[in-house]
Design a binder for this molecule. Structure first.
Ligand SMILES: NC(=O)c1ccc[n+]([C@@H]2O[C@H](COP(=O)([O-])OP(=O)(O)OC[C@H]3O[C@@H](n4cnc5c(N)ncnc54)[C@H](O)[C@@H]3O)[C@@H](O)[C@H]2O)c1
Length: 329
């Protein structure tokens, strides 16, 4: 099977490509990535010369390029997106371009070419839930510009399935952690700052709850959805592992033998959702997926990876920019 993976230089896309190409010889992959935030060629250095892998630099909004690439493939998995909520607060425009226009460009082409498209979405489309848990039929209530663009892409995809019978599947996942994540996100930022004995900024009181999943478990679910998913359906992916940001940070400091004195509470970000929660009963039942990693083991592997793959002082300075929404548009 020949797959077009978009955004494959980023965190989850690169883990997915590595997993698929090392665990199975049934796939050839073309990776289209525009080399934007989150992209790093080092993420795929171990397979860059594999005969089953090809990299094409390009933007998913480029219709001509995407037509050429999609014609060569059996299915498209769209990981490409602007993915950082904080940056969507300071400037939402790139999010509309990549996350809506980009997804639409792919959707329109796969529909004409009769190919399957799998859209990688997020639990953030359901917004903050003070109680209860979202299932696949729950209402969308996105709070951030990032989440709103992901919800918009989902609505378009669903409308194409109803109107044009497009062969589309949506997966929604909770917060991922693991190797190869861009430093701006909570877990890699905490690990790298702690490793360098620098202060770790915590938004507000740190009690915002996220449901954490090891990236390998997410990739397994995406693979199953591609192979066994039913067209027009969506699948929620959650490890049932709801933890507050402060607890996550304290756990990392404990595993790294660092003092909690490194924690520094800073001004909260606007519109900061208190809690996301999804259940993945449908994905477990219909796709036969289950979580394999536990949080502590996954965190240890992640810490190990960041220690073995040190970042430059320049990148650490960037990670310290804890309030990017204050940058002017
Ligand atoms: N990280 C998470 O916890 C999480 C959770 C649920 C869903 N998701 C979704 O998973 C996907 C991947 O997230 P990630 O954390 O790996 O992001 P990331 O920021 O690490 O990587 C995104 C990649 O997409 C590329 N990209 C962005 N816009 C592009 C465009 N217009 N054309 C081509 N390439 C483009 C970037 O260059 C980058 O390599 C996103 O769709 C995100 O919404 C992420």
């Amino acid at each position: 099977m020949k797959l077009l993976v978009t955004g494959g230089l980023g965190f989850i896309g690169s883990n997915f490509i590595l997993k698929l190409l090392t665990e199975s010889s049934n796939y050839e992959i073309i990776n289209v990535d525009a080399e934007l935030f989150g992209a790093d060629h080092k993420n795929l250095s171990e397979i860059k010369n594999s005969k089953n892998y090809q990299f094409v630099k390009g933007n998913i909004t480029n219709k001509k390029l995407m037509e050429e690439q999609i014609k060569k493939c059996d299915a498209v998995i769209n990981f490409a997106a602007e993915s950082f909520v904080d940056r969507s607060i300071s400037d939402a425009n790139p999010f509309l371009v990549s996350n809506i226009r980009g997804a639409f460009t792919l959707l329109d082409i796969v529909t004409k070419e009769n190919k399957r498209m799998l859209q990688i979405s997020t639990d953030e489309v359901f917004g903050s839930l003070s109680t209860g848990t979202a299932n696949e039929d729950s209402n969308f209530n996105p709070s951030s510009p990032y989440a709103a663009t992901k919800a918009a892409a989902e609505l378009l995809i669903n409308s194409y399935h109803i109107t044009h019978s497009s062969d589309v599947i949506i997966t929604r996942c909770t917060n991922n952690y693991g190797p190869r994540q861009f430093l701006e996100k909570l877990i890699p930022k905490t690990i790298v700052l702690a490793h360098n004995d620098k202060k770790i900024p915590v938004y507000g009181n740190g009690l915002n709850v996220r449901d954490w999943i090891f990236v390998d478990d997410h990739c397994d679910a995406v693979h199953l959805a591609l192979e066994k998913g039913k067209s027009g359906e969506s699948y929620n992916i959650s490890a049932n592992n709801e933890i507050s940001n402060l607890t996550v940070i304290k756990k990392i400091l404990e595993l790294m033998n660092k003092s909690e004195d490194l924690i520094e509470f800073v001004e909260d970000r606007p519109g900061h959702d208190l809690r996301y929660s999804m259940n993945s009963n449908k994905t477990m039942k219909n796709l036969g997926w289950k979580v394999k990693s536990n949080f502590e083991d996954g965190l240890e592997k992640t810490i190990q990876w960041y220690i073995e793959n040190p970042v430059s002082p320049n990148d650490i300075t960037k990670a310290l920019e804890s309030t990017p929404w204050k940058n002017s548009n």
